[in-house]
Ligand binder design. Structure first.
Ligand SMILES: *Cc1c(COP(=O)(O)O)cnc(C)c1O
Length: 370
């Protein structure tokens, strides 16, 4: 069945049933801990609203975004029974918008805590928050010194209704990495000294590190969207994103002809080249130049020449013209060429492939709830 890219050059199919199945699989591993979801960066490029709505239908009650802006965009469409957490906390001066839009900040520094406290004081009411602790990633959360200040001063979080202590794992996809148990041990040590409340440590990969890492609430992102959570092991997740690009032209070139900008590829023999209208402006990374592959009816065709802004060129010398008519679709992300495989060829991670997915695609959501 020939599918249509409409007015666009490519078709991005997003399988919400697979997303739901992935959510159920992760929740099943978690036992009694709640399964939240990271829906930052437009749910890793797949559409934060559609993804969040499906997850909420599956029972998800904790959504995590990075920026206040992302939270506000979601809030109008998501029931108030679902918490929306902003992992970067409030930009200083914007604290009141968290009340207006019923979002909860993850407080990452003494400065953010003071600003949230000040608002609680003004409003004369306790305000909910998560507080993040840095347990070794050196990126976000209270530093060791700030934690010491807190331990010495019980008023450090006066007026703050502490929902969860949270931290983030740096190396969770590598199950053998000693950093995992080091971070776990420090997190547990700090929790024992700080006020009693819920705890949240695991991202997708952290869920697969075992029950010690689960605590009260997990925050998976990547695995929900089909990215393999454990390095070097078969991927238990279902693919959610499928990308097909449209052939616009096919040509025969002579031996020695160059292809594309800077002619980084030359044919060693007479060749058949097809042009597909997806380029780096669509998130089909330029790093895939002369490295990527696409598939046509299950047959691989190598990407040749540099990726252009709006097009790629593929060597289809081994394919009959009947399969290469203008409008024919080639598989860019598929079961033969998963997000993780595309990423490996581009020298990056599946996260970057998904979050780079273009806004020029025709997007089609499929969903069979239940
Ligand atoms: C992005 C993010 C997550 C989700 O991580 P995945 O590896 O995609 O599961 C969880 N927690 C924090 C703090 C994050 O930044």
């Amino acid at each position: 069945m020939q599918q249509d890219t409409g007015r666009a050059g490519a078709l991005l199919k997003i399988d919400l049933t697979a997303l739901r199945n992935n959510y159920r699989l992760l929740r099943g591993k978690l036992g009694t801990a709640a399964c939240g979801a990271a829906v930052k960066a437009d749910a890793y490029g797949l559409g934060a609203l559609r993804v969040s709505q499906s997850l909420v239908e599956e029972g998800c009650r904790h959504l995590f975004v990075a920026h206040l802006e992302e939270a506000i965009a979601l809030r109008a469409h998501i029931p108030d029974s679902v918490a929306i957490y902003v992992m970067h906390g409030s930009p200083i001066g914007y604290e009141a918008e968290f009340l207006e839009y019923r979002c909860i900040p993850v407080l990452n520094s003494a400065e953010q805590i003071l600003a949230w406290r000040a608002l609680a004081e003004t409003k004369q009411t306790a305000l909910p928050a998560i507080i993040q602790l840095d347990t070794g990633m050196s990126r976000m959360g209270l530093s060791g010194a700030e934690i010491q200040t807190w331990l010495a001063d019980p008023d450090f979080i006066r007026g703050i209704q502490l929902q969860y202590l949270m931290s983030h794992l740096a190396c969770a996809e590598d199950q053998q990495d000693p950093m995992n148990v080091q971070q776990l041990a420090l997190f547990n040590r700090l929790r024992a000294q700080l006020p009693k409340c819920g705890a949240s440590l695991a991202n997708s990969s952290g869920i697969f590190l075992g029950a010690d890492f689960h605590f009260d609430l997990a925050r998976p992102g990547a695995a929900l969207y089909g990215i393999a959570p454990i390095a070097g092991q078969p991927n238990p997740m279902q693919a959610v994103a499928h990308l097909q690009g449209k052939i616009i032209q096919t040509r025969e070139i002579v031996a020695g002809a160059g292809v594309g900008y800077s002619m980084t590829w030359r044919s060693s023999r007479p060749s058949r080249i097809a042009t597909v209208v997806v380029g780096y402006a669509d998130g089909w990374l330029r790093a895939l130049s002369n490295r990527g592959v696409v598939h046509l009816d299950g047959i691989a065709a190598p990407m040749v020449g540099n990726v252009s802004m709006d097009t790629i060129t593929i060597d289809v010398s081994h394919m009959p013209l009947s399969k290469l008519a203008p409008g024919a679709l080639v598989d860019l992300i598929s079961s033969e060429n998963t997000v993780d495989q595309v990423a490996a060829r581009a020298g990056t991670i599946g996260y970057e492939i998904l979050t780079s997915l273009g806004l020029r695609y025709q997007r089609e959501y499929s969903d069979v709830p239940g």
